[in-house]
Design a protein around this ligand. Structure first.
Ligand code: SAH
Length: 218
């Protein structure tokens, strides 16, 4: 049985990581506060306990990764999360990003295509703490038509194109943060849906994600 303990040492390392994210240009204090509250080491295998607060991506199961803290902070900051925002996340993975959004008071709907990773969400340690976080097994390219429309969409895998169905499930005035694949890397885009349904794109830094794949696996 995995045991969980958030020691003074973990808390100290976490605080240092938040200072590092500030130094790297993260300014949204709500993002830093949420990430500062969440024990990232709980989302990793216990073998990573000592290094969980390094600003690095780490492997989780099924060849996937938990995103680098800087990447999580950057995407969350671009999303401009407000309490009660209805947010769709594509790529549940370790559940870390989804937990950050839930900690900020959003209503989070997160989809994972890998059955084994989805099954792990059933024993998620903070399940009772975040009734505003809901898990779905499915293909993110399809979104969640039953729960649409969303205020925000966040994609946490390298998208080959802007998924049209996800634009369709965004409210007018809603926003999507998407790492769009350009071959070597992904360009972070923020897409805003106008009242008339047309979209506007803003382009930010490059990042590196695992690929967004179509269809479910498992
Ligand atoms: N947000 C995650 C990042 C995980 S990596 C975290 O905080 O840990 C990206 C995840 O996206 C992987 O788990 C991968 O299986 C998943 N994924 C890739 N394509 C997908 C798709 N079409 N639909 C849903 N999930 C997808």
């Amino acid at each position: 049985m995995r045991t969980y303990e958030d020691t003074y040492q973990h808390k100290g390392l976490r605080k240092k990581l938040m200072d590092l994210l500030r130094d790297k240009g993260i300014t949204d204090e709500n993002v830093l506060q949420a990430m500062g509250n969440i024990p990232r080491h709980y989302f990793l295998d216990s073998a990573f306990d000592k290094i969980a607060y390094e600003d690095r991506a780490f492997p989780i199961n099924e060849g996937q990764t938990i995103s680098q803290p800087y990447t999580v902070a950057y995407q969350t900051q671009l999303l401009q999360v407000k309490p009660n925002d209805k947010i769709l996340e594509i790529g549940t993975g370790s559940i870390y990003q989804a937990t950050v959004l839930a900690e900020m008071g959003a209503k989070v709907f997160t989809i994972e295509r890998q059955k084994k990773l989805f099954d792990k969400t059933k024993t998620f340690i903070f399940k009772n703490q975040y009734p505003n976080l809901k898990f779905f097994y499915g293909d993110g390219f399809e979104g969640l038509p039953t729960y649409a429309p969303f205020d925000k969409v966040i994609i946490t895998a390298a998208a080959p194109m802007i998924p049209p169905k996800l634009i369709g499930q965004l409210k007018p005035g809603g926003r999507m943060i998407i790492p769009l694949d350009e071959g070597e890397h992904q360009r972070m885009l923020r897409i805003t849906k106008n009242e008339d349904g047309s979209i506007q794109e803003e382009s930010f830094q490059n990042f590196s994600f695992v690929p967004m794949l179509s269809g479910r696996n498992g």
